[in-house]
Design a protein around this ligand. Sequence first.
Ligand SMILES: [Zn+2]
Ligand SMILES: [Zn+2]
Ligand SMILES: [Zn+2]
Length: 151
Amino acid sequence: MDNPLENQIQELKRKGVKATVARRAVLEVLLEGPSHQSADDIATKVSSRYPEIHLSTVYRTLETLEGIGAIDHVHLGHGRAVYHLGDEPHQHLVCDRCGSVTEVPNEIFSPLNETLSKRYGFHLRRNHFAVLGRCSSCENSTSQTSVRTYG
Ligand SMILES: [Zn+2]
Ligand SMILES: [Zn+2]
Ligand SMILES: [Zn+2]
């Protein structure tokens, strides 16, 4: 028996946090996917499913869950923050042309992290911002002339 929601709930209990209806609902929405959703998307889904949960409760719940590491948020591109589950730490590569997001393991950035820490005593919060660049298919399609603009 492997129920992802129940696993998440067990994890909350292990951390000494009560599994309130709102907390369950937020985890449920993130588990159902998409795996990365904005606070507004999550709040809308939760309150349409559980009308008794106030929107402000959802936002507070996001903060609580983030505080214990159950979820995390990342800014993809220009400041757009999305939430994702915190159980599998990963870094995000965002294509600034097509907007595709590739998830890669944190370890890839470990050498950079070590260098920054050794030379500057600086500790990178790796997950907070995505790494922007060009995905392989955009990089390869040099014939394509359309350039993505931000509105
Ligand atoms: Zn993510
Ligand atoms: Zn691309
Ligand atoms: Zn942030």
